[in-house]
Design a protein around this ligand. Structure first.
Ligand code: C2E
Ligand code: MG
Ligand code: MG
Ligand code: MG
Length: 290
């Protein structure tokens, strides 16, 4: 790798830079180019109503295809983007792209699908997230009510005051706010009560433990009780089996998401499903609740 990287790369090794640091730097450089060269896209995964099975919205998940590297997982490039500060640009891109897609679906007659965009901690506390969402919606010509954001707990607990202020501004637009990977962090009840949150997404690790024993289900029931107390909706993520779906339905979980119901897919694939399913002359559905 030192040779392939040329003279500059050799100097990094000389200076004692660890190999993993070099790999990260290369990834960061490639990611910077990815934005300019249009290598990023969004895939859309459905969220469904647990009882009716109806699709109530989609989550947008970023995809990166690089000609040299192939598909790069967000699990590896999002952390690099966060550390390098590139996440600001990436985040603006995903908001704009999701808003454009919603608008395109509306024009094509498939409108009124709410799309959830994943948002990083830094976007929330360092940038003007509300301003960025507003701009994306204005430029695409869609109401902000069709945007949902998904945030992990850590940011909310680490910088609760900044996060609360930023979230108030986001909520004021009419955007739905969800806590992603819920249960993996250390949210306190007191913070949760203070924050303008609409949805808890139960982390898939708990969903996967649910079918193992009663202990696994107990965690899910606890989250459901908490959500009821705080008047929040609950989505279970990572539902892969009918057994899991059954247990979650029985426990009263209202919304389900996971490979069992649909994998993240390019927008065209989503459209093809609608085209196959929609009766001609279908009317505008209600704005989905989650
Ligand atoms: P997440 O937001 O919690 O998204 C759920 C992840 O689980 C996605 O992985 C999704 O493809 C995967 N998944 C969905 N259903 C199932 C299932 O039934 N089983 C299993 N095993 N996995 C399932 P993905 O797309 O690789 O994304 C990983 C993480 O990267 C996301 O976790 C999110 O934290 C982050 N991410 C993705 N796109 C963006 C983005 O646009 N912006 C930011 N800031 N983060 C993003
Ligand atoms: Mg998410
Ligand atoms: Mg999640
Ligand atoms: Mg996650």
């Amino acid at each position: 790798a030192a040779k392939a990287g040329g003279r500059g790369m050799y100097r990094f090794f000389e200076a004692g830079m660890s190999q993993s640091a070099v790999i990260r730097l290369e990834l960061e450089t490639a990611l910077r180019q990815a934005l300019r060269q249009g290598e990023l896209s969004l895939h859309y995964q459905p969220k469904t109503a647990a009882l009716s099975g109806e699709v109530v919205g989609y989550e947008a998940l970023m995809r990166w295809f690089n000609p040299q590297r192939g598909h790069v997982s967000p699990a590896s490039f999002i952390p690099v983007a966060e550390e390098s500060g590139l996440i600001g640009q990436l985040g603006r891109w995903s908001l704009a792209e999701a808003a454009r897609q919603i608008a395109a679906w509306q024009v094509a007659g498939y409108g009124w699908q709410r799309v959830a965009v994943n948002v990083s901690a830094r976007q929330l506390v360092e940038g003007d997230l509300a301003g960025e969402i507003r701009q994306a919606c204005v430029e695409a010509g869609i109401p902000p009510e069709l945007i949902e954001i998904e945030l992990t707990e850590s940011v909310l607990m680490n910088q609760p005051d900044e996060a609360a202020r930023a979230l108030q501004a986001v909520k004021a637009l009419g955007v739905t706010v969800a806590i992603d990977d819920f249960g993996t962090g250390y949210s306190s009840l007191a913070y949760l009560r203070r924050l303008p949150i609409d949805v808890l997404k139960i982390d898939r690790s708990f969903v996967q433990e649910a079918e193992l024993d009663e202990h696994g289900m107990a965690i899910i029931r606890t989250v459901l009780v908490l959500a009821r107390t705080l008047d929040l909706r609950v989505v279970a993520e990572g539902v892969e089996t009918e057994v899991q779906a059954g247990l979650l339905r029985e426990a009263g979980c209202e919304f389900l998401q996971g490979y069992l119901f649909g994998r993240p897919e390019p927008a065209e694939r989503v459209e093809a499903r609608w085209a196959a399913a929609l009766p001609t002359g279908a009317t505008k559905p209600e704005i989905p609740v989650s």
